[in-house]
Design a protein around this ligand. Structure first.
Ligand code: PGA
Length: 261
C-alpha cells in the first residue's frame, strides 16, 4: 500500500457511456455513499464523457466524489474544431485523463500526451497519464522498454512544481476491457519501473506522485493490486459502470488502506 502521504485513488473511466444524462447522474449518485463512508482514507473520481460533465457535476457537487474528463487539448482556445481545452475543463473538473490507450490507438503520440499533460497541470487540473504495452510487446518481453519510453516522454515537459497533481496509470493494453487482468506481481514490477522513472525525472518530489494499475480491475481482483507496495490505486473501466460493484471496490481499497486493518 502507499506510504504516507499518498492516498489511494480509485478512478472510474466511463469511456463512451452511458447514453443519457439521466443514466449518468444515476451512476454517479450510486457511488456517493461509499465514497462518503471512506473519504478519510481514499480519493474517488469519476470520468464521464464531455456532455455529461455538467449534469454529473450537479450530482457530485459538495460530495466526496471528484469529477474528471477523459481527454483534453493542449491549446487554451482558438480554431481547433472538436477539441476541448484543459482551461475550459478547469471550470468543471478537478481531473483529466490523458494518453489512454484507446486514444493512442486513434493516433495520439507520446508528444501529444506530453503536451496535454503539461496543459492540464498548467490549467490547475490533476492529471492521470496512461501508459502501457501492446500484447505483442508484452509477449516479446519489451514491456519495460516500451513503458519506460512512454513515461519519460510524458514527463519531459512537466514542471516539478506541479507534479503533486500528477498520477501515472500503468494499463497493459491487452488487459483493458478483455477480462484478462495482469498478474499483480508482474504489474507491480512495471509500476516500480514507473516510479524509478519518476524519481530520475523529479527526485524527492516524485514521492507525491501516485502510480495506479488499470486493465480489467473488478471487485474480485482490486485488492490484489492495492495490496502491492508500489500500487496507489486503480483506474477502472467496465466495473465503474456498475455502481454497486464500484462501491464495493471503494470499500475494499479502503480496507487495505485503513490503518485499523
Ligand atoms: P477496463 O478499462 O477496466 O474495462 O479494462 C480500464 C481502462 O480503460 O481504463
Amino acid at each position: 500500500m502507499p506510504q504516507a502521504p499518498r492516498r489511494p485513488l480509485l478512478a472510474g473511466n466511463w469511456k463512451m457511456n452511458p447514453l443519457s444524462a439521466a443514466e449518468a447522474v444515476e451512476l454517479a449518485r450510486g457511488v456517493i455513499p461509499a465514497a462518503r463512508q471512506h473519504a478519510s482514507v481514499l480519493d474517488v473520481a469519476l470520468f464521464p464523457p464531455f456532455p455529461w460533465l455538467r449534469p454529473v457535476w450537479d450530482a457530485l457537487h459538495d460530495t466526496d466524489v471528484e469529477l474528471g474528463a477523459q481527454d483534453c487539448f493542449w491549446e487554451r482556445a482558438g480554431a481547433f474544431t472538436g477539441e476541448v481545452s484543459a482551461a475550459m475543463l478547469a471550470g468543471w473538473c478537478g481531473w483529466v485523463i490523458v494518453g489512454h490507450s484507446e486514444r493512442r490507438a486513434l493516433g495520439e503520440t507520446d508528444a501529444d500526451v506530453a503536451r496535454k499533460a503539461a496543459a492540464a497541470l498548467e490549467a490547475g487540473l490533476s492529471v492521470i497519464v496512461c501508459v502501457g504495452e501492446h500484447e505483442a510487446q508484452f509477449v516479446a518481453g519489451q514491456t519495460a522498454q516500451v513503458v519506460g519510453d512512454q513515461v519519460s516522454a510524458a514527463l519531459q515537459p512537466l514542471p516539478a512544481s506541479s507534479i503533486d497533481r500528477l498520477v501515472m496509470a500503468y494499463e497493459p493494453i491487452w488487459a483493458i476491457g478483455t477480462g484478462r487482468n495482469a498478474d499483480p506481481s508482474l504489474a507491480g514490477g512495471t509500476m516500480r519501473l514507473v516510479r524509478q522513472r519518476l524519481e530520475q525525472a523529479f527526485g524527492a518530489p516524485a514521492a507525491s506522485v501516485r502510480v495506479l494499475y488499470g486493465g480489467s480491475v473488478n471487485a474480485a481482483n482490486v485488492a490484489s493490486y492495492v495490496e502491492l507496495a508500489g500500487c496507489d490505486g486503480c483506474l477502472v473501466g467496465g466495473a465503474s459502470l456498475r455502481p454497486e460493484e464500484f462501491s464495493k471496490m471503494i470499500s475494499m481499497v479502503a480496507a487495505v488502506a485503513s490503518p485499523a486493518r
